[in-house]
Design a protein around this ligand. Structure first.
Ligand code: MN
Length: 192
């Protein structure tokens, strides 16, 4: 099983993540930010990642940023760390993508999880215009911030492009697309 369990405590937040890449999509998420909980549950379900996230902190911005950091570290560890010689990492598909609609919204996501050896290379492209600063209990600017934190600490390249009218739908489509793209990219390919 490709799993990781990571804890991180700072003056601002206390975050714990347990991840199983070879799961079925079960999840137990509690970040004190309801819409973020909904998005992480969606990510787990559609990516078939078993995921436990426990986070608390002073501000929702810090909670989302630091959860991105710990989730990124968990992915990096679960797929075989940054080691060039890691056999399991080298056998992952590496690339994955998804184009996912939700009603009037659509999100495209493409990922590269294996920039040779995974030695700290990462890149984030996020193109989605939000018409509102708030959706449910989060600031929309925290979505690209979370994804960039995640990509940086996982050493992944992540591209996200989304459009739509309803911000809830647009963001939910992004998290579904990210989960599905990462599910494909983390699959073991025995031909490698
Ligand atoms: Mn929803």
């Amino acid at each position: 099983m490709r799993t990781a369990s990571i804890k991180r405590k700072t003056e601002e937040t206390n975050v714990e993540v347990e991840l199983n890449l070879d799961g079925v999509g079960t999840h137990d998420i509690s970040t004190k930010v309801k819409f973020f909980d909904h998005m992480l549950a969606t990510f787990s379900r559609h990516g078939f990642f078993d995921l436990v996230v426990r986070a608390e902190g002073d501000l929702s911005h810090h909670i989302m940023e630091d959860t991105g950091i710990v989730l990124g570290e968990a992915f990096k560890k679960a797929i075989g760390g940054g080691k060039v010689e890691s056999e399991k990492r080298e056998k992952t598909m590496r690339f994955g993508y998804a184009i996912i609609p939700m009603d009037e919204s659509i999100a495209r996501c493409a990922v590269d999880i294996g920039s040779i050896g995974g030695e700290g290379r990462s890149y984030t492209v996020f193109e989605a215009d939000f018409g509102k600063e708030r959706v449910e209990d989060i600031n929309t600017e925290n979505i690209p911030h979370f994804i960039n934190s995640f990509a940086t600490h996982a050493s992944f390249t992540i591209h996200v492009y989304a459009r739509g009218e309803n911000e809830h739908h647009k963001i939910e489509a992004i998290f579904k697309a990210l989960g599905i793209a990462l599910d494909k990219a983390t699959r073991i390919e025995e031909r490698k």
